[in-house]
Design a protein around this ligand. Structure first.
Ligand code: AMP
Length: 208
């Protein structure tokens, strides 16, 4: 399959977890704007420092910054046959800009109700060495790596509520936008990781 795939859904829907599966199935590289921003924050670049203020408040980083990051990323050789966008686009203007620079052939929407999201995000932990994502109850990490796990600074309950608000106001309208173009496939994300993985795999096969 040529072209790019968009993985769409609220924060905590399991996009990062399921992205790994899609990368395995399609060979397309994962392009996560959240990961790119966190790398910029860690590097302490002026852009990273400016972005951090928005991220910590649970707000979206301005479109101009995000579109700049994506344009740069799509110049890399590994992006030539399409990529898997994870957490991008998150606004209609981002989707409109994307339309001009890449061909999106499918959008997989992982749907999870708000009340399930808060539990998922507040219990979420990451292994900083591998980037693997765990959950204190739903997907415990092996005991030998427990000590090094970290919690994202924006994974607090207060910030999650702000992120959900941003999602409903700015990002959710993209579902209709992509559906009108005949590109949207919805997956019920309110299931176990394995079950969602099977549904995502079926969606990818259906699309290819
Ligand atoms: P994520 O890891 O996808 O949950 O993103 C973490 C945070 O980074 C979000 O809450 C936003 O502040 C910011 N962010 C990531 N991707 C985008 C995007 N496409 N547009 C605006 N802000 C973004």
């Amino acid at each position: 399959m040529t072209g790019s795939i968009v993985l769409f859904g609220p924060p905590g829907a399991g996009k990062g977890t399921q992205a790994g599966k899609i990368v395995e199935l399609t060979g397309k590289p994962q392009v996560s704007t959240g990961d790119m921003l966190r790398a910029a924050v860690k590097a302490g670049s002026p852009m990273g420092l400016a972005a951090k203020e928005y991220m910590d408040a649970g707000l979206l980083v301005p479109d101009k910054v995000i579109i700049g990051l994506i344009k740069e990323r799509l110049q890399h050789d590994d992006a030539k046959k399409g990529v898997l966008f994870d957490g991008f686009p998150r606004t209609i203007p981002q989707a409109e800009s994307l339309e001009k620079i890449a061909e999106v052939t499918s959008v997989i929407s992982i749907e999870v109700p708000d009340d399930a999201i808060v539990d998922r995000i507040v219990g979420r932990r990451m292994d900083p060495e591998t980037g693997d994502i765990y959950h204190v109850s739903f997907k415990p990490a092996p005991s030998e790596i427990q000590d090094r796990l970290i919690q994202r600074p924006d994974d607090t309950e207060e910030t999650v509520r702000a992120r959900l608000e941003a999602y409903h106001a700015q990002t959710a309208p993209l579902a209709d936008w992509y559906s009108d173009k005949g590109l949207l496939v919805s997956v019920d994300g309110n299931n176990s990781i394995e079950k969602v993985g099977d549904l995502v795999e079926a969606a990818v096969i259906q699309l290819s």
